[in-house]
Design a protein around this ligand. Structure first.
Ligand code: AHR
Length: 626
């Protein structure tokens, strides 16, 4: 093999390898968002979903009051009346609550006292009913106020429950009953699960596409994602049904709603924290085309376009503007430096292009610096997909978002997909992709080694064509092992643990060894893309002076190569990371997280030639300083 370090073929964009976050599979509520109380504000369709009355030692009742028009963003609260003894409510959390021993937990509640002087006793219990943390609150005012109390836990529980007892005789109104660990990501109140954010940070993503996916579209326009309802005080963010609540009845999650505690401000902050460009996607005036296909008429598109303009102001406007001020009030006076904006999720057809153009006309005029991302729908190519592409070629869309959920075979074959793409059209954003294996055992079992290997082969093709492909992200990102709607997924978790799939390590290896320029890696003058089951790409990092080779050996035999480097001085050692498994159906689980993980060995190389023996069924990343 010959690597031509002195003949770069394309610049690799800093955004090349990113992540796509959607609140699917309990990705946000019950996942990344660290709130432990489910239905904290009694706003689920069934107001007591997730709650149970506790009346072992007392007499009392709960009435759900709906103040409707008075407070449309948070209409309901619970009125608790206690006649005697101790009466309470128990919250089951999101498939239980993950509680760590010896850690601080912060309880809060909005309350307004009616009659009497009730004492509120808060306790965390494990599944055996053992108390593992407690605190109490007293002296409630007759006006709505927020009360907080913290406590340290005495034990770990993967399925803890929160009991809130009211003792004495009297009446009290309660709302927004909340429990967070102190140890959120960066210890932020209303924060994110630190272990899950760390998994994202470790990927070193170039961008975050959020908040979806289909949830941007909604089953119908009424339930589309509306970013303005996700900013401001958490108690004023209007809950919505999650689009994944009713899909796939066989695996239905009737308790799946969006509290928007993780909203657009938090998405921007997360992007900033982990050094990723924010890439918000907005509804284009169309609900999910796979579902109702409901559209806003063209003459009623203005509010949708205004949402886009206001979002740019929220992210980039100075603090004298309405939305820039809100950002500052929320704690971020500096701008978020938004550069990309997606219009529509997975859409196509005339109805889509027409709406896209209406956005484009206004946005290009008012914000020519913002790169617009259009959608071509799901690949492989079909008439609808081709239609959107044809249209985009004529316009100035910065990037076109293509999605592919296909078999591992398709991914291997499509490592050449972009080799002959039209170089004159818009750039490609591979916004959602995952190789789908047929295997079906545990929750995590669709994330097979063969799917990861096929994605690695495909990604060598993306990297070789970095002049045209400028962003790529696997999908979906997260899944709770007990509450998923879609598989495979990049990261699995339960209430306390998380595991990277083989696919996660493929993403990590590419993103952590990205480079700044793609350079040729050739065999007898030809790119390696499937011949003898070898797929390869190469980049150099001009700043660090490192050559990064990615080579997939998809065959069941070991393969030996002599690699010659042209155009740079000499190899001086380096690191060889190998991801491999003998069983194509191997996968990682929460109990066995390290079954398929990269193994690093030092490279003992000097001079301009290096001999390698690639293990059967392996993905190899060689980082070679020169
Ligand atoms: O990633 C899961 C779903 O796949 C996304 O919500 C949607 O865009 C696609 O159909």
């Amino acid at each position: 093999l010959v690597v031509q370090v002195n003949k770069p073929v394309a610049a690799v964009q800093p955004t090349m390898w990113g992540i796509f976050f959607e609140d699917i599979n309990f990705g946000a509520d019950g996942g990344l968002y660290a709130e432990l109380v489910k239905n904290r504000s009694f706003e689920f369709l069934k107001p007591m979903l997730g709650w149970k009355e506790l009346r072992q030692t007392g007499k009392g009742k709960t009435l759900i009051i709906n103040q409707g028009n008075e407070k449309p963003q948070n209409p309901r609260f619970a009125r608790i009346t206690v006649d005697s003894g101790s009466y309470g409510l128990s919250n089951e959390g999101f498939r239980g609550m993950g509680i760590q021993k010896g850690k601080q937990y912060n309880f809060s509640v909005w309350a307004k006292s009616g009659e009497g002087n009730l004492i509120m006793k808060v306790e965390l219990v494990n599944t055996a009913g053992k108390k593992i943390g407690e605190a109490s609150l007293t002296s409630f005012s007759n006006d709505w106020k927020k009360y907080t109390v913290s406590f340290i836990t005495t034990d770990t529980a993967s399925k803890g429950l929160l009991n809130v007892f009211f003792e004495g005789k009297g009446m009290i109104d309660v709302d927004m009953i909340s429990l967070f660990p102190q140890d959120t990501w960066k210890n932020r109140p209303n924060g994110l699960r630190a272990d899950l954010v760390q998994m994202l940070a470790d990927l070193k993503p170039g961008f975050i596409r959020f908040p979806g996916g289909c949830i941007v579209e909604g089953q119908e326009l009424e339930t589309r994602y509306q970013w303005k309802k996700t900013v401001g005080l958490p108690e004023d963010r209007q809950l919505s049904i999650n689009r994944w609540n009713t899909e796939f009845p066989r695996r239905s999650t009737p308790d799946y709603f969006q509290s928007f505690g993780l909203g657009f401000y938090e998405y921007f902050q997360l992007s900033e924290d982990i050094g990723a460009e924010p890439l918000p996607i907005l509804n284009c005036g169309m609900a999910c085309q796979y579902n109702t296909g409901e559209v806003a008429p063209m003459d009623q598109l203005d509010p949708y376009i205004q949402d886009a303009l206001d979002l740019i102001e929220f992210a980039n406007g100075d603090t004298s503007t309405k939305w820039g001020k809100l950002r500052a009030d929320m704690g971020h006076p500096a701008t978020f430096n938004l550069k990309y904006l997606g219009i529509g999720n997975e859409q196509w057809d005339e109805q889509y292009v027409e709406r896209y153009r209406a956005f484009e006309k206004v946005l290009q005029q008012k914000h020519p610096g913002i790169v617009l991302v259009g959608s071509a729908g799901p690949a492989p190519n079909g008439p609808r997909f081709d239609y959107a592409w044809k249209e985009f070629k004529q316009s100035k869309a910065g990037l076109v978002d293509e999605h592919y959920y296909q078999s591992p075979e398709w991914f291997f074959k499509n490592a050449t997909r972009y080799d002959n793409y039209d170089r004159k059209g818009p750039k490609v954003f591979a916004g959602e992709y995952a190789a789908h294996s047929k295997d079906d055992k545990d929750a995590e079992s669709k994330n097979t080694w063969i799917s990861a290997l096929a994605e690695a082969a495909f990604m060598t093709g993306l990297e070789r064509n970095a002049d045209i492909v400028q962003m790529a992200s696997y999908a979906p990102l997260f899944a709770h092992v007990e509450a998923w709607q879609w598989r495979p997924d990049l990261i699995w978790f339960d209430n306390l643990r998380s595991v990277g799939t083989p696919n996660y390590y493929v993403q990590k290896l590419f993103a952590n060894n990205k480079g700044t320029l793609a350079v040729p890696i050739l065999q007898y003058g030809h790119v390696l893309t499937g011949k003898d089951s070898i797929y390869a790409s190469a980049t150099i990092d001009q700043n660090k002076k490192i050559l990064q080779l990615k080579i997939v050996n998809a065959s069941s035999a070991a393969k030996g190569f002599m690699i010659t480097i042209e155009g740079a001085s000499v190899f001086r050692g380096g690191v060889w990371q190998v991801l491999s498994a003998t069983d194509p159906l191997a996968y990682n689980t929460l109990d066995k997280p390290s079954y398929v993980v990269p193994i690093s060995t030092p490279v003992k190389a000097s001079g301009s030639r290096l001999k390698v023996l690639l293990q059967p069924s392996s993905f190899n990343v060689l980082s070679l300083p020169f």
